[in-house]
Design a protein around this ligand. Structure first.
Ligand code: UN1
Length: 493
């Protein structure tokens, strides 16, 4: 199967004849070939989007929302098929594949509801016989750059608010996971979304991504990916005066206090650290354990980690699937080496699984370090794989300090039975998302998603906050006095 761009409602060959293979990370099997597009293809897509957006912006928002209801319905109807494509191209276990598609369905229905709630504000004017209001206006053509770890959910967090707000979009999915984008294009078409509102251009960040960021007619870039790339997007976006919304890395921690329910904490840590093979921005990669329970927690985790089934995510009994590619395997493994050099104790894992039945895929053994200090690189840098580090602390204040002592600020969690600590923690944990007595993953789409510090630049995906990214405030004054009224001059009291 050859995946070509989706522009103006049609699948079109790009200007470049080059394709690269899409590989199943569980088996190494080639699933498809994806086009590597060029700046020229970006230009073609933007032209189509610009033309379509003019008409789209005039469609009443509740009618725009009707398309999202239909998109949601189709996604629901095809849920199993979509989940299977997702698991094959990305590697997450099928149960999580279904969960991710569900996240997209939820987003469709939620944003469709916003079509009847795109509230503006009325404001008293300072002058008599004058009416003032502000409305959310569409921005125009927006650019969406999405990662491979959530190939459909993250795309829906961005594209659905863009659609309901009256924009047209150009979406560049990750080259590792174009098949989900292809499936979504089919759904957009089947739902009857007007041609040119949704456009997809496949290709690399350096070529297609750069062309998008530099294109004068793309007014917003919404990006999810690494902090390193996000910084470049922000720099180029700044030069081109774009609104840039960034969702980047995390170094999320679960704090376990001495009064916590340890069994519950163990379950939460396992799920948020080893689910999706640790490849979530929200994944738990640090466990901050109170000294009184550290040993007990560590032993329980060790026992459970050894029972995790690793393998092809299409097998329903598997809990930990492969990581995305060989490069990721090497990066994860290099961090294990760094941890050992830094003096951390490797308790379990720490190896690339190279023997049959794992030899064809990209499998990394679930890994746990202990005796980790907060300043070690394995406790500071995002590893994006199934690796956790246990850090011991003596009290609540120290736990909060260690949690906050990283450049990232996406998600955090605390297990405790003390209600005072719960309220202090939700206030003091410096992350965009805080969980109490639950792991660090599992954000719901109707709440804002994003983080503080090096994780973002103040914008949020999903939730009602996403509308702030994809709309512009427009203030409207209606003077019905029939005479010249001068604001700030004629309004003296
Ligand atoms: C991500 O890792 O980039 O909260 C997104 C969660 C999921 C989304 C994660 N709902 O873990």
């Amino acid at each position: 199967m050859k995946l070509t761009n989706f522009i103006n409602g049609e699948w079109q060959d790009g200007s470049n004849a080059k394709y690269i293979p899409v590989l199943n990370p569980a088996t190494g099997e080639e699933l498809a070939q994806v086009q590597l597009s060029t700046k020229e293809d970006v230009d073609t897509a933007v032209e189509a989007a610009k033309a379509a957006q003019k008409t789209w912006a005039k469609v009443p928002a509740p009618k725009r929302a009707d398309y999202l209801y239909e998109i949601g319905r189709l996604m629901k109807q095809k849920k199993e098929q979509l989940a299977q494509v997702l698991t094959k191209e990305m590697g997450k276990v099928i149960e999580e594949g279904r969960g991710e598609v569900q996240e997209g369905i939820d987003m469709a229905y939620y944003m469709a509801g916003e079509g009847r709630r795109l509230f503006g504000e009325t404001t008293p004017s300072e002058l008599a016989d004058k009416f003032a209001m502000s409305v959310r206006a569409p921005i125009g053509v927006v650019g969406l750059i999405t990662p491979w770890n959530f190939p459909v959910a993250i795309a829906t967090w961005k594209s659905f608010p863009a659609i309901v707000a009256g924009n047209a979009f150009l979406w560049k999915p990750a080259t590792e996971t174009p098949m989900m984008a292809y499936e979504m294009a089919k759904i957009f078409k089947e739902a009857g979304l007007p041609d040119g509102v949704a456009n997809i251009v496949f290709g690399s960040g350096s070529e297609v991504g750069t062309a998008m960021i530099e294109h004068k007619d793309i007014k917003v870039i919404s990006f999810t990916g690494s902090t390193e790339t996000g910084r470049k997007v922000a720099e180029a976006g700044g030069r081109n005066l774009k609104k840039v919304s960034l969702e980047m890395g995390g170094k999320n921690a679960v704090i376990v206090m001495e009064d916590a329910d340890l069994d519950l904490a163990v379950e939460g840590i396992l799920w948020s650290a080893f689910g999706t093979a640790g490849q979530r921005c929200t994944a738990c990669s640090r466990v901050i354990a109170h000294k009184d329970i550290k040993e007990a927690l560590q032993n329980r985790l060790l026992e459970k980690i050894q029972t995790l089934t690793i393998g092809d995510g299409m097998d329903e009994s598997v809990k930990v699937g492969p990581v995305i590619n060989k490069k990721a395997l090497e990066k994860i493994h290099s961090y294990v080496g760094i941890g050992q050099q830094e003096g951390a104790t490797l308790l379990v894992g720490g190896e690339i699984l190279a023997e049959a039945p794992y030899d064809k895929g990209n499998y990394y053994a679930p890994t746990m370090f202990t005796d980790v200090t907060p300043d070690m690189r394995i406790a500071q840098e995002e590893i994006f794989g199934p690796v956790i580090s246990i850090i011991e602390v003596s009290n609540f204040e120290e736990a909060i300090e260690v949690n906050n002592g990283v450049i990232y600020g996406l998600s955090s969690s605390i297990y405790t039975a003390d209600v005072n600590r719960v309220f202090k923690a939700q206030r003091d944990l410096d992350t965009g998302i805080v969980y109490i007595n639950a792991g660090t993953t599992g954000a719901e789409i109707h709440l804002p998603f994003g983080g503080t510090k090096g994780t973002g630049n103040g914008h949020r995906d999903s939730g009602v906050a996403a509308l702030d990214v994809f709309t512009e405030w427009k203030s409207i004054y209606v003077d019905y006095s029939g005479k010249l009224q001068r604001a700030q001059i004629d309004n003296e009291i």
